[in-house]
Ligand binder design. Structure first.
Ligand code: TEU
Length: 496
């Protein structure tokens, strides 16, 4: 569940005014209780989002801090500092994830310019200062509130941002630098070691709860080794692994990421996890529809072939779901949804659009509400006469859950079959994993336990399937050959 808390919605709900309530647009706490009951009755577990790097500018803490003025104790929960150059320039060179400086200057009650405050994200999202005991205590209460209510897990938003180097020194960002946190090492505002004290604090709280509650951190950091620090035994249970998402559709790069992930997380005893899409990244059907760069993938421009993108996305799903550990699916990928790249600019909601001076459209294209049924928007997502918060393309009539449920070749049917097999096949439950040496750099081939193999052809030529086992599932039709951009799951006789 992305944030459902009361929010002015300056950043899709990641700007929170009360971490212990539900925004009336989404429902009530009683609805949460009903949802948890119903989910648990179905064997589903619910993970909520904990946004602890920042609050909304309308949070009572920040309202009080602004009102109290420079030097007041209320300001100590945030980072208020005097500017440089007689106050006219930001206190340091830190940058915001959404473009521009990470500082905004306050205007005093008489309209006079005053101190600056820090916001790693939008100006409506002031960063809290985790060295303040009132902040620590406040978030302890939030964590307890949701665990008491019965949630099964907590996603830790923007974890690497939560600690800052003492004295807030310059980061050395070049003018106009982008927020490329995976490139940063020894940054004073990202992945600072003190963040681990916060994670240990939360782990100690959750360990006191019955059942098996789990944290998952969101952390885009420099390396798999840095990532592994977030999941040491007394820290978080799991973490998203964005290197997998950011890898291009190339066998060499995917293999490197899989190896680096297993090598880094194994020693700390944390399960690997895999993710292809999220609410912050262009959908992978579209990412894979363009030429694949040798380095890190991303929102590459250039001509797109969505049929190729979908074919690769379906193969990627079988790869993801065959790997050991946890798999995260982002709503809509099971329908093969593409990124909506042509949302009208007046519909855009992401603060990135404004903050980048209308040069970066932002993340709305992966957040368009899902098509459930029917032939016209809103496709059963909401009442027929209501307008969803982002417009759905009329062409999504082809992609509704209703349509795809009835189609044996649909992407939804493929995901359902894969998830069913993933539960049923003993080989997929364990941790075993080994590469089969295929002698071809454009193929990913591995074994999970003796009876199960996965083969993905990322090359240009078809691959013979002779003698490789029985095809249990394939991402596109196969004969005795595995075509380009296709994956198969293979059952093998363990005796052979
Ligand atoms: O994202 C924070 C984050 O660490 C970034 O990688 C983020 O994906 C990137 O800066 C976006 O341009 C989290 C949430 O997932 C995101 O939706 C929120 O906007 C953000 O925190 C602020 O709460």
């Amino acid at each position: 569940m992305t944030p459902w808390y009361p929010s002015p919605m300056a950043d899709g709900g990641y700007d929170i005014t009360d971490h212990r309530d539900v925004d009336p647009r989404f429902g009530t706490l009683a609805d949460v209780d009903a949802l948890l009951d119903e989910a648990h009755g179905l064997g589903l577990r619910v993970v909520v989002d904990l946004v602890a790097n920042h609050t909304s500018e309308e949070h009572p803490w920040f309202v009080a801090a602004l009102a109290a003025g420079p030097g007041a104790a209320e300001r100590g929960r945030y980072f208020f500092r005097d500017g440089r150059a007689e106050g006219s320039r930001p206190p340091n060179d830190w940058i915001s994830a959404f473009g521009g400086p990470a500082w905004t200057r306050v205007t005093g009650p008489g309209g006079e310019p005053e101190q600056w405050y820090l916001h790693t994200f939008a100006p409506e999202q002031p960063d809290v200062d985790w060295s303040d005991p009132r902040v620590q205590q406040g978030y302890d209460d939030v964590v307890r509130f949701w665990l008491d209510r019965g949630v099964d897990g907590i996603r830790v938003d923007a974890a690497p941002a939560m600690a800052k180097a003492p004295g807030l020194p310059d980061a050395g960002h070049a003018p106009g630098a982008r927020f490329d946190s995976h490139l940063w090492q020894d940054s004073p505002h990202w992945d600072v070691d003190e963040v681990h004290a916060i994670l240990r604090r939360w782990r100690a709280i959750s360990d006191g709860y019955p059942g098996d509650r789990a944290f998952v951190t969101e952390a885009v950091v420099h390396s798999a080794e840095r990532l592994s620090r977030y999941v040491r035994p007394d820290e978080m249970h799991t973490t998203f692994n964005f290197d997998f998402l950011h890898a291009p559709w190339r066998a060499d790069r995917l293999r490197q990421v899989i190896d680096a992930t297993l090598a880094a997380l194994g020693p700390v005893g944390a399960p690997p996890t895999w993710v292809l899409s999220s609410h912050d990244d262009p959908r992978h059907v579209t990412r894979y529809s363009r030429e694949q760069p040798a380095g890190r993938g991303g929102a590459v421009s250039g001509p797109a072939d969505l049929a190729v993108g979908l074919r690769r996305a379906r193969a990627a799903a079988l790869l993801l779901l065959a790997l050991p550990g946890g798999a995260y699916l982002y709503q809509g990928e099971e329908l093969g949804l593409p990124e909506v790249e042509d949302l009208p600019v007046e519909a855009l909601q992401d603060p990135t659009w404004e903050r980048s001076g209308h040069t970066v459209r932002g993340r709305d294209g992966c957040r368009v509400p899902l098509p459930w049924s029917g032939d016209a928007p809103p496709f059963g997502f909401t009442a027929p006469d209501a307008r969803p918060w982002l417009p759905q393309p009329p062409g999504w009539a082809e992609l509704t859950v209703e349509r795809q449920s009835a189609d044996p070749d649909s992407t939804l049917t493929l995901y359902r079959a894969a998830l069913r097999l993933r539960r049923e096949l003993p080989a997929l439950a364990g941790e075993q994993f080994s590469w089969d040496d295929d002698g071809d750099g454009s193929v990913l081939a591995f074994t999970r336990g003796a009876g199960f193999g996965c083969l993905v052809n990322l090359g240009q030529r078809p691959l013979s399937l002779a003698g490789r086992g029985v095809v249990l599932l394939s991402s596109s039709p196969v004969t005795d050959e595995l075509p380009t951009d296709t994956a198969v799951w293979l059952g093998r006789d363990p005796a052979t």
